[in-house]
Design a protein around this ligand. Structure first.
Ligand code: ADP
Ligand code: MG
Length: 153
């Protein structure tokens, strides 16, 4: 798998990464957001969704308790937070497959999904680095190539 890195000095940099990814995301894409509590997964998802909606003030709550929030954006977007998932099979009950066929999917805490994600899913890992964060995008396949290009522009 190939990978790409970007240092995010502050929250604004995380927002701009989300906006770049919003330009590239297409129906059927799965973007897995890895990283500890406070790494910036929800911040990244929020900026990506607001950019897709072309509405910087759109309310984008963390789906910690609802497990998933869906957005009626031009590319329909489903934002999962699997922290409270007790078993990977719950993902099927939430309608993951249907959501994937109608839109794009963002997933916080993807490890809780027990590997139920497509092979060509794109991984975005966020790590604390000093006062900022380091973002690492990796994957293989067309979705990764498309997203990687949008980060280089
Ligand atoms: P997670 O969903 O990974 O638990 P959140 O996005 O909820 O994390 O919270 C991340 C916190 O870190 C927020 O307070 C946000 O303002 C801050 N933050 C996001 N990106 C950066 C960054 N690049 N540098 C410093 N702080 C950041
Ligand atoms: Mg979160």
């Amino acid at each position: 798998a190939r990978s790409l890195e970007r240092f995010l000095a502050d929250e604004a940099a995380t927002f701009s990464l989300g906006e770049d990814l919003a330009m590239a995301i297409r129906p059927g894409d799965v973007l897995l957001l890895d990283g500890d509590l406070g790494a910036g997964k929800t911040t990244l998802a929020r900026s990506l969704i607001r950019a897709l909606a072309d509405n910087p003030r759109l309310e984008v709550p963390s789906p910690t308790f609802t497990l998933v929030q869906s957005y009626d954006t031009p590319v329909p977007l489903h934002h999962f937070d699997l922290y409270r998932l007790s078993h990977g099979s719950e993902l099927d009950e939430l309608g993951f497959e249907e959501m994937l066929s109608d839109g794009a999917v963002l997933v916080e805490w993807p490890d809780r999904g027990d590997g139920r994600f497509p092979r060509d899913s794109v991984h975005l890992a966020l790590e604390h680095e000093g006062e900022g964060r380091r973002a690492m995008l990796s994957g293989e396949g067309p979705a990764f190539e498309r997203m990687a290009r949008s980060l280089l522009m």
